[in-house]
Design a protein around this ligand. Structure first.
Ligand code: ADP
Ligand code: TRP
Length: 321
């Protein structure tokens, strides 16, 4: 089984990224041949600061390695170190119907919210299709918001296969119901673009402030809250605390006499403790940047070996060779 996923270096990673994409990817590295990459080409659709891109790229590498990505098991690389992705994007774009891209939520949401859009953003699912197809990937672990892009990838692969004969493997998205959408501090999906994130490696004060700012209803401490299981803080608590601790707090809220302030303090503590080992590992990695660069260089080399073979298959199938 070949597993592939990517993440954009567009800002500090948050616990939505962690539970939606990073942890599932890290767990899957045990079960097959995994390819994970930092999608720096993708970040160009929305980030125009070169220095920031370099810093973010290194940060994502540190974050992912600190969280448990094992470069001995998974091939870990930077997308732009494998420029074959871009050539395949062109081949795929010529079999991609406009309507398919016009239906993509990522593009529709940005236009609907009045943000300026560029061709790169519109065409981004084709680049993502190339990322996936160029490794003959079977399984793509992502959060729910990315599922549509994997389905688009399948449609594009089918179109290419119909036009030029069997060339690409059809991938499947892998989302987990319990973490498909991690809520942010305002109750919407946690996302960098909404400013409602809790960072994985934020400093203690900032993380505490974010947790304390979670929007709750206005019921007093005394009131019984039989619907406690539905609130955002409990949803986050279930991710970072044991079932016993989360269940106990939920029962106290339901009984009354337990307030949201106490809930949030407990959530902060559980959240902070959850990432203790990862924080220590990240510190070590920060002190060995040469190692991190070596990992990415080695990953790019291994990725390129596969990518160039699959690209050649597509070039031959389509008569470029
Ligand atoms: P953001 O919305 O913060 O910009 P990205 O779109 O870069 O995050 O997402 C990177 C990965 O993390 C994707 O696989 C995405 O599905 C996953 N992800 C992001 N936010 C969440 C969330 N709130 N819940 C679950 N998964 C998420
Ligand atoms: N588009 C994804 C995101 O914004 C990142 C990504 C790029 C990706 N290429 C991919 C994810 C291929 C999975 C597979 O989160």
């Amino acid at each position: 089984m070949r597993i592939l996923s990517g993440i954009q270096p567009s800002g500090a990673l948050h616990i939505g990224n962690y539970f939606g994409m990073m942890r599932p990817s890290i767990e899957l590295q045990e079960q097959g041949e995994a390819y994970y990459f930092i999608a720096d080409y993708h970040s160009m659709t929305s980030l125009y600061d070169a220095g920031q891109r370099r810093r973010n790229t290194l940060d994502v590498a540190l974050d992912f390695l600190a969280c448990g990505l094992d470069p001995k098991r998974a091939v870990f690389f930077r997308q732009s170190d494998v420029p074959e992705h871009c050539e395949l994007t062109w081949l795929l774009s010529t079999v991609t119907p406009m309507g398919l891209l016009e239906r993509c939520h990522s593009y529709k949401d940005k236009t609907a919210s009045g943000l300026p859009v560029n061709h790169g953003l519109f065409a981004y699912p084709v680049l993502m299709a190339a990322d996936i197809l160029i490794y003959d990937s079977n399984v793509v672990p992502v959060g729910r918001d990315q599922k549509q892009h994997v389905e688009v990838t399948r449609d594009i692969a089918i179109k290419f296969n119909e036009a030029y004969g069997q060339t690409f493997v059809l991938p499947e998205p892998r989302t987990r119901d319990e973490v498909a959408v991690v809520p942010g501090t305002d109750g919407r999906k946690m996302s960098k673009s909404y400013g409602n994130t809790v960072e994985i490696f934020g400093d203690e004060k900032a993380v505490r402030a974010k947790v304390m700012s979670i929007v709750m209803d206005s019921r007093s401490m005394e009131e019984a809250k039989p619907d406690a299981g539905e609130n955002n803080a409990i949803k986050l608590l279930r991710l970072v605390a044991s079932a016993e601790i989360a269940g106990d707090i939920e029962a106290k809220l339901a009984a009354g006499g337990y307030g949201y302030g106490t809930l949030k303090k407990a959530l902060f503590e559980q959240c902070w403790n959850y990432f203790t080992a990862q924080r220590a590992r990240r510190k070590e990695l920060e002190a060995s940047l040469d190692y991190v660069h070596d990992v990415l260089r080695d990953g790019a080399e291994r990725a390129r070996t596969v990518a160039s073979k699959v690209l050649k298959r597509a070039r031959v199938a389509s008569g470029l060779e």
